[in-house]
Write a protein that binds this ligand. Sequence first.
Ligand code: MN
Length: 259
Amino acid sequence: MSKPPLKLPQARILVTNDDGINAPGLKVLEKIARSLSRDVWVVAPEMEQSGAGHSLTLRRPLQVRRIAPRRFAADGTPTDCVLLAVNHLIEGRRPDLVLSGVNRGSNLGEDVTYSGTVAAAMEATLLDIRAIALSQMRQGQVLSWHVAQQHGADVVRRLVSVPWTEGVLVNVNFPYLAKGKATGVKVVRQGRRAANIEIANATDPMGRNYLWIGDFTSDNPVGEGTDLWAVRQGAIAVTPLHLDLTHGAMVRRLSEAFG
Ligand code: MN
């Protein structure tokens, strides 16, 4: 089963993120969404939720703050925001498209398994809504939104112009480049980093030792045809992701082992 191409000016778009309601990337994405449709809703986390993955808040109530018409902040995860938006906050019909981001920093390779940005798109996919996660690569702490600003709307427009397969979301990463230097769009598979995780080991003001998980600093190796490779080429990486995590070849091998 697949959904037909989306008629954009009439589409209802939900915008969310994992960097929080005040994040600059959310403003960038809202602007992209408003250039595509006038029916834009925003439901985003009150606080930054980077690394929250697909977590769902079950053991405490969620406070929702209505900031303006069609604009809310919820003190939960990106997944909570999409669930609350679709099942309660958005009046009338469900959204046709969920856009998540633009994340401050890339979501490449295995990042997608930690990412709250990607998880919000996963949640929308589980709710049977087309969903796109968008992330802007940075260089260290230096970040500029202009690649996302320049290309975001066109990328979304092209993505929704094709039939959308059930259970699939699309992960988009904008390279970090000087203005006008993006080399196009590459449709690529999910890559894999040789992660180099930094763990800070220090003492807090109370004299207690702590460990703090830091950045995943390496983006090597970059096998050709992956998202990591594409952004290295200066291209916008577009990767369709499938929520069915089953590995077909291993199903057959294991079936034989247990047969
Ligand atoms: Mn984030």
